[in-house]
Write a protein that binds this ligand. Structure first.
Ligand SMILES: [Zn+2]
Length: 320
């Protein structure tokens, strides 16, 4: 059961970075965000890979769940269900050395020896547990919280012998073992695994995926974007449409359907619906007939004549 949208956020921000003019004031911020998201995706993958080692006939793993309660949205990085309990796992993509100290204080020392205070992941997971109980009072399972450090090279330490590292903290490598061990020590709550699947499905119907508008987030308007079809060979823009093909003016590479990638960029950044005029501007093609041809061959449409809009999410099959 998949809900992952980390990957999608990374793709969106990458497209924005590629299409945004160099002089835009948000350019640096976007690149920093891209790097952060990329680290996040790598970390998420490491954790997801480890969780594959859990027996799928006993455990159901749900990724990146997002629910809304009276305090707003809350996200659960990994929710693992079994017939005995539910695990709420807070994933941390932390590098360097992480030190647990007095009163739950967490400090990280990165590559540059700089100290940085961090939110306590145990407290974060506990808060999610509380909100999960509040949101789903029918969820009749004990909820166990865990905090997982995704990168195996991260060193976890305690500030002194007076403080112990919280037992909820685990490296991704150990996560499946911690889960198995804990589950084995508990009594069965739900006899039938199929009933557990129903619980998972019920939770998924309440999942509110994050639809991030990266243009809004970074104050980018359509006029700040580089228009046109990018050459997949050399990266030059725009390619020219000639004889039913796209042709790169720089390296002479040709491609028949390079517009699909550009229209995919449009969908990720602007929206799911496009008119002929908007497509002409975005693809940098003057002829409404060529654009009509491209759009009609590839996408379903609504409306007629000037009001016709093409649905970029509804791709037609077996066409150009
Ligand atoms: Zn080229």
């Amino acid at each position: 059961m998949k809900t992952m949208n980390y990957q999608e956020e990374l793709i969106k921000i990458n497209v924005l970075n590629q299409r945004l003019i160099q002089a835009h004031p948000s350019k640096d911020k976007i690149f920093i965000e891209y790097r952060k998201k990329r680290t996040g995706v790598i970390g998420e993958r490491k954790v997801a890979y480890r969780l594959q080692f859990l027996d799928p006939t006993k455990f159901i793993v749900l990724h990146d769940l997002r629910f809304v309660d009276h305090n707003g949205f809350f996200q659960i990085d990994k929710l693992i269900l079994c017939t005995k309990c539910i695990f709420v796992v807070e994933v941390k993509n932390w590098y360097g050395t992480v030190i647990f100290g007095e009163n739950g204080q967490v400090t990280r020392i990165g590559d540059n020896e700089k100290e940085e205070g961090l939110p306590n992941p145990v407290a974060q997971a506990e808060l999610q547990k509380l909100r999960l109980h509040g949101k789903f009072p029918w969820l009749n399972f004990p909820i166990i919280t865990l905090s997982c450090i995704s990168f195996p090279s991260t060193i976890i330490k305690s500030a002194s012998s007076h403080y112990t590292i919280p037992k909820e903290i685990t490296h991704a490598n150990h996560l499946p073992f911690s889960i198995k061990e804990t589950a084995e020590s508990l009594p069965v709550v739900l006899e039938n695994f199929n009933d557990l699947k129903k619980v998972a499905r019920k939770l998924l119907t309440m999942h509110k995926p994050k639809k991030e508008n990266v243009m809004e987030k970074f104050n980018v308007s359509l006029s700040d974007l580089i228009k046109g079809v990018f050459c997949s060979n050399c990266g030059a823009v725009p390619m020219k449409r000639k004889n039913r093909k796209w042709c790169c003016l720089k390296c002479s590479h040709t491609a028949a359907d390079a517009h699909l990638l550009a229209l995919n960029d449009y969908q990720l950044l602007i929206g799911d619906v496009i008119s002929n005029k908007e497509a002409r501007e975005f693809l940098q093609v003057k002829s409404p007939y060529i654009v009509k041809n491209i759009l009609e061959k590839n996408f379903e449409s609504i409306g007629k004549n000037k009001g016709r809009r093409y649905l970029l999410t509804k791709k037609l099959k077996n066409k150009e």
